[in-house]
Ligand binder design. Structure first.
Ligand SMILES: NC(=O)c1ccc[n+]([C@@H]2O[C@H](COP(=O)([O-])OP(=O)(O)OC[C@H]3O[C@@H](n4cnc5c(N)ncnc54)[C@H](OP(=O)(O)O)[C@@H]3O)[C@@H](O)[C@H]2O)c1
Length: 331
C-alpha cells in the first residue's frame, strides 16, 4: 500500500543531521521538511548543504508551525530527553539518536510519557537494522556456529579534543554534554551483545581511563550470561585501534570487519572452507523504513528495537558509569 511521503523535522543541526536527511531522501518514502537549531549559523549552514525548505532557531516554533509526521532528535545525549518531551507534548512521534538519553531515569520518564500519549518512539540504533546484523541473527538462529560462547568487539576511533569537525570543541570530552566513549561508541558493541544474547548479562565488570575533563576516553566491559557465555568489549577515542568483532560458537566463528558499518561477514565453520558473505551497504535507510512501517501500521513501538530493551541498555550504561564513579551534571 503506498503512502504519501512522510514529513520529517530535525532537532539539532550538527554533524549527523545531514546524513539522516540524505538517507531519508534515498528511501523515497519521506523528506525532511524542516530543521531547527539553537544557532542561526548552524541552521543556515544546514539549509545550505541540504536544501531543506525551512529552518528555525527555536525547536518549539518548528513544532508549532510545521505539519510533521515525525521528528529526528540529533542533539547531544544530555538534551535528548528534554527534546523528546517537547515533541511528545506536541503529539509527535520521535526517533532519538543513541545514546537514547544520558541515564536510565530520563529514559524511563520519556518512555512512560510516550506510552501514556500512545505515540511512537524508538532509539536510533541504526546498526540493528542493517543487512549484516540481520544476516548475523539468521546465522545464529540456524545454529551455523553451534552454541554461542563468546562475543568480542572493539570500537576505537582516534579523535582530537580539538577536532575541527566539532564545534566549538569535541563534545565527546564534555561531561555537561554527556560525552565519553561509553555513550558515544561503546554503546554499539553493548547493544550488539544484547542483540545476539537476547538478555541482560548476569555479571558486569569494567574499567575506564578518564580524561582531564572527567569522561571516559577508553573503557572496557566484560559481561557474562547465564549459559556461561561472555562478551568482551572495548571502546576508545584515544587510539586508532580495532573496530572489528567476532562471535565464537561451539562449532565455528563469525568475523565482522568494522562492526558498526559492516558490509560483509566471514563465516568460519569447523572443517569447512571460509565463506565470505557480502551484505548490503550499511545506511540509516533501514531504520527509517522501520519507523515508516510502524507509523503506517499505527504501532507505537518497534518490535525490532523495543523500548524496554533500550531502557535496559541505559540501565547497563548507568551500572558501568557507577563502577567508574562517573556522573554527568543533571544525573
Ligand atoms: N548514528 C551515528 O553514526 C552517529 C554518528 C554520530 C553521532 N550520532 C549521535 O547523534 C547525536 C548527535 O551527534 P553529532 O555528532 O551530530 O553532534 P554535534 O554535531 O556535536 O551536535 C549536535 C547538536 O547538539 C547541540 N550541541 C552540540 N554541541 C553543543 C554545545 N556545546 N552546547 C549546546 N548544544 C550543543 C547542537 O544543537 P543545535 O544545532 O540545536 O544548537 C548541535 O547541532 C548524538 O546522540 C550522537 O551519539 C550518531
Amino acid at each position: 500500500m503506498s503512502h504519501r511521503k512522510f514529513r520529517w523535522g530535525i532537532i539539532g543541526c550538527g554533524l549527523i543531521a545531514p546524513r539522516f536527511t540524505q538517507d531519508l531522501f534515498d528511501t523515497g518514502e519521506g523528506t525532511v521538511v524542516a530543521a531547527a537549531s539553537r544557532s542561526s549559523q548552524r541552521a543556515q549552514h544546514f539549509q545550505k548543504i541540504t536544501g531543506v525548505p525551512n529552518v528555525y532557531t527555536s525547536y518549539q516554533t518548528m513544532l508549532e508551525q510545521e505539519k510533521l509526521d515525525a521528528v529526528y532528535i540529533a542533539t547531544t545525549h544530555n538534551f535528548h530527553a528534554e527534546n523528546a518531551r517537547l515533541c511528545l507534548e506536541h503529539n509527535l512521534p520521535v526517533l532519538i539518536e543513541k545514546a537514547f538519553t544520558q541515564n536510565a531515569r530520563q529514559a524511563e520518564e520519556i518512555i512512560t510519557l510516550a506510552r501514556q500519549k500512545n505515540l511512537f518512539m524508538m532509539e536510533a540504533m541504526w546498526t540493528r537494522f542493517c543487512p549484516a546484523a540481520l544476516r548475523v541473527q539468521q546465522l545464529l538462529a540456524e545454529q551455523a556456529i553451534g552454541d554461542l560462547q563468546q562475543f568480542h568487539a572493539d570500537f576505537c576511533v582516534r579523535m582530537s579534543p580539538f577536532s575541527k569537525k566539532m564545534m566549538p570543541w569535541n563534545r565527546m570530552y564534555s561531561p555537561r554534554l554527556a560525552g565519553g566513549a561509553l555513550l558515544d561508541i561503546g554503546i554499539y558493541p553493548i547493544a550488539y551483545s544484547r542483540m545476539i544474547f537476547g538478555q541482560q548479562p548476569t555479571t558486569i565488570t569494567s574499567s575506564a581511563q578518564k580524561s582531564w575533563s572527567g569522561i571516559d576516553t577508553t573503557s572496557r566491559y566484560h559481561f557474562t550470561y547465564p549459559s556461561g557465555a561472555e562478551s568482551i568489549m572495548k571502546s576508545s577515542f584515544t587510539t586508532a585501534g580495532s573496530r572489528d568483532a567476532r562471535i565464537i560458537g561451539s562449532t565455528g566463528r563469525i568475523l565482522i570487519p568494522s562492526l558498526h558499518s559492516a558490509d560483509q561477514l566471514i563465516l568460519k565453520q569447523h572443517h569447512q572452507p571460509d565463506q565470505h558473505i557480502a551484505c548490503g551497504t550499511p545506511s540509516f535507510q533501514y531504520q527509517i523504513k522501520e519507523v515508516h512501517h510502524c507509523l503506517q501500521n499505527n504501532l507505537t513501538e518497534s518490535t525490532r528495537m523495543p523500548l524496554d530493551e533500550t531502557l535496559q541498555t541505559m540501565q547497563l550504561l548507568d551500572t558501568l558509569r557507577q563502577q567508574w564513579n562517573l556522573t554527568y551534571p543533571g544525573d
